[in-house]
Design a protein around this ligand. Structure first.
Ligand code: CP
Ligand code: NVA
Length: 307
């Protein structure tokens, strides 16, 4: 099987490749805004496999493929044979004969790895229980387009040490910034990639104010991620005190950005005045999913493009 590049974790790309992607995202975003057509993927097809709900991931990949001149094909567990037990390896073999690239949102990271191992075409992780690399790609672009390089900056994560948080941690190592995570007991961040994260890259605490102190970005996510709904009541109790409030934002730098991957629950993990306030960049993050993923798809299919 010919070797192809996949995007299964944030650590799959190098700092130079991220530098290229951020520059390319700026170009593609500007072109889209100016109404210029850019269609290098005419005749190309993306398979999008969803085993969990989505608004942004589906919409951004589907719109992005259309803008690049290609097509995106939606499959979900309910209406496909994956929901009736067809092995992911067989799904990979079939879809990669009909499409040029596959995006999957599923439960275990292992599923994505099995899909990639049996795919002839690039596979993109559109969220697993463990990681959400496309989100952090877009979030860091959102920082970069406003303030330049994220190297040496500080990101504060308030709440669950979940898939999005774990992806921030990988990004901290690849791009050289500090992550401070405040989580309640039992919901701490655990790295799964075997790397040692020294105190210059990662600080864990139970105190949200300590994590937010001096941060350039303050970010959070839902108390209960998809797949963990049975724990909802216990989580609501455990996460009391972990809301990003205007008071908490005052511990960060005065020009700190507030980020949230969305969907959000106002009054739970974030106060309405923060997410709807002047430091919030959540709508840019959502829009940038589309621009950054267009650059990623182009890179995986066509390599570095300067045109
Ligand atoms: N942020 C994000 O991935 O949103 P969706 O779950 O709507 O795709
Ligand atoms: N951590 C959340 C992110 C949703 C985009 C989840 O996995 O449900």
């Amino acid at each position: 099987m010919k070797s192809v590049r996949h995007y299964l974790q944030f650590s799959d790309l190098t700092p130079d490749e991220y530098h290229h992607l951020f520059e390319r995202t700026k170009v593609l975003k500007r072109r889209q805004g100016a109404g210029e057509l850019h269609r290098p993927l005419v005749g190309k097809v993306m398979s999008m496999v969803f085993e969990k709900h989505s608004t942004r991931t589906r919409a951004s990949f589907e719109a992005g493929m259309a803008q690049l001149g290609g097509h995106a094909m939606f499959l979900d567990t309910k209406s496909s044979q994956m929901g009736r037990g067809e092995p992911v390896e067989d799904t990979a073999r079939v879809l990669s004969r009909m499409s040029d690239i596959i995006m999957i949102r599923t439960f275990e990271q292992r599923q994505v790895e099995r899909l990639a191992a049996h795919s002839r075409v690039p596979v993109i992780n559109g969220l697993t229980n463990e990681y959400h690399p496309c989100q952090i790609l877009a979030d860091i672009f959102t920082y970069v387009e406003r303030h330049g390089s994220i190297k040496g900056k500080t990101v504060a994560w308030i709440g669950d040490g979940n898939n999005v948080c774990r992806t921030w941690l990988q990004a901290a190592r690849v791009l050289g910034f500090k992550l401070k995570v405040a989580s309640p007991l039992g919901y701490e961040l655990k790295a799964l990639d075997g790397h040692h994260y020294g105190s210059e890259l990662l600080e864990l605490t139970q105190d949200p104010a300590r994590a937010a102190s001096g941060a350039d970005i303050v970010t959070t996510d839902v108390f209960t991620s998809m797949g963990y709904e049975a724990e909802q009541a216990a989580r609501r109790e455990a996460f009391a005190g972990y809301q990003v409030t205007a008071e908490l934002m005052r511990h960060a730098k005065p020009d700190a950005l507030f980020m949230h991957c969305l969907p959000a629950h106002r009054g739970e993990e974030v106060a309405a005045e923060v997410i709807d306030g002047p430091q919030s960049v959540v709508w840019d993050e959502a829009e940038n999913r589309m621009h950054a993923q267009k650059a990623l798809i182009e890179f995986l299919l066509l390599g570095h493009r300067e045109d």
